[in-house]
Design a protein around this ligand. Structure first.
Ligand code: PLP
Length: 388
């Protein structure tokens, strides 16, 4: 039988980190082994109940059972515009500056197809959300991994990016509140970022998927920063803010040309977001502020318990400023983040994500997702304590 080879482009792509972890989890399930899953950023908490009613009601309307071919319903874009104004004090034009997406990942990954030529550089953070790498490779781009180091509080140093890269870079992905390191970006850094992108003519894809999952300090939108509208497109998600990961809905906002280009890519690939999902998403933005406030409280309690537990076990360099992750240095007795993750899986039946899976500069760290309740987190700490 003829073997079909993958394309050259595709061969460069490592298998998707979470797909590998999923396979390991499936294996455990098959063997009926109980485990604690702190690996993937998929909250255990239900989406707002009324959002699901809105979804059901809207699903019955004929208009929603047809292709949703335009750039998202104008009603949803109006809700996004109002939410953005209230949250960030930024005014957006709902026709030219807002584009609903099938989840923020969809937009983040499709963007380079509209703007990056083969051989151009795409700058990605390392460690960083794995979707950026695939996005760059699909567009035939060269990748520059920008280190996020603990000594810089996981902020990149633009002056260390070689001139040859800066001059040929078309796009940079930046993500704060940051997955996996959890840190926030100070305003001064954001202004420097916009200046950097303006100076070198680089598109700034600002991934703000976790803008609402914060504790002490409130994250900003890049569009609050002077000059950002000239160079930036910002990505938002309903997945984290309203625990709607499976609904697949998010949006992009910002520079008109970037929105227009991304829409053009999308019209050639997908046929819109299910209308009922759009209605449910609009409902969430209009009405469910309290839900997200409570969500933050829940994650803060979880974070406090887990971080305190790790501290008591002697873990060093523990970060959990925002998002629902904890990023911690692996114990010095382990050679690599993969060996530590394997130890956790085999000996403790805890699934966590090795830092190196987010890029080479993530080595030495492990990421725990706080997507189980407090009691389970306490059990995880107790398991880690055993034969320490
Ligand atoms: C940093 C970051 N950006 C984007 C996404 C994608 O989110 P979604 O496509 O569900 O909106 C995720 C999901 O985990 C993420 O961690």
């Amino acid at each position: 039988m003829k073997m079909f080879e993958l394309s050259k482009r595709f061969k460069k792509l490592p298998s998707y980190l979470f797909a590998q972890i999923d396979r390991q989890k499936a294996e455990l399930k098959k063997r009926k082994v109980k485990f604690i899953d702190l690996s993937i950023g998929d909250p255990d908490i239900f989406a707002p109940l009324k959002v699901t009613y809105a979804l059901g009601n809207s699903a019955r309307l004929k208009e929603n059972q047809k292709y949703a071919l335009d750039q998202g319903k104008s009603k949803l874009r109006a809700s996004i515009k109002n939410w953005f104004k209230k949250r960030f004090k930024v005014s957006l034009d709902q026709d030219s500056q807002i584009l609903p997406l099938i989840g923020s990942k969809e937009g983040l990954v499709h963007l380079p197809l509209g703007f990056v030529n083969p051989g151009d550089y795409v700058i990605i953070p390392s460690p960083g959300y794995p979707g950026y790498r695939g996005a760059a490779l699909f567009a035939g781009a060269r990748i520059f991994q920008m280190p996020l180091l603990e000594k810089n509080r996981f902020l990149p140093e633009f002056k260390k990016i070689p001139l040859s890269v800066k001059n040929r870079a078309r796009l940079i992905y930046v993500n704060y509140p940051n997955n996996p390191t959890t840190v926030l970006a100070p305003s001064g850094f954001l202004s420097g970022l916009v200046r950097f992108c303006s100076k070198y003519g680089i598109i700034l894809a600002y991934d703000n998927a976790y803008s609402e999952i914060y504790f002490e300090k409130k994250p900003k939108s890049i569009l609050e920063i002077k000059g950002a509208e000239e160079v930036s497109i910002e990505f938002h998600s309903f997945s984290k803010t309203f625990c709607m990961t499976g609904f697949r809905v998010g949006w992009a906002a910002g520079n008109k040309d970037l929105i227009k280009g991304l829409l053009k890519v999308k019209t050639n690939i997908d046929s819109g977001i299910f209308g009922a999902v759009q209605d449910a998403a609009g409902y969430a933005l209009d009405k469910e502020t309290r839900y997200t406030e409570n969500l933050r409280k829940t994650f803060k309690q979880r974070r406090d318990i887990f971080v305190k537990g790790l501290e008591s076990l002697g873990f060093k360099s523990i970060f959990s400023e925002s998002t629902f992750y904890v990023w911690a240095r692996i114990p010095s007795s382990f050679k690599s983040s993969i060996s530590f993750a394997q130890y956790l899986l085999k000996e403790k039946k805890i699934v966590a994500t090795p830092g190196v899976g987010f890029g080479k500069y993530g080595e030495g760290f492990i990421r725990f997702a706080l997507t189980v309740d407090k009691a389970v987190l306490r059990i995880a700490i107790a398991l880690l304590e055993l034969d320490k």
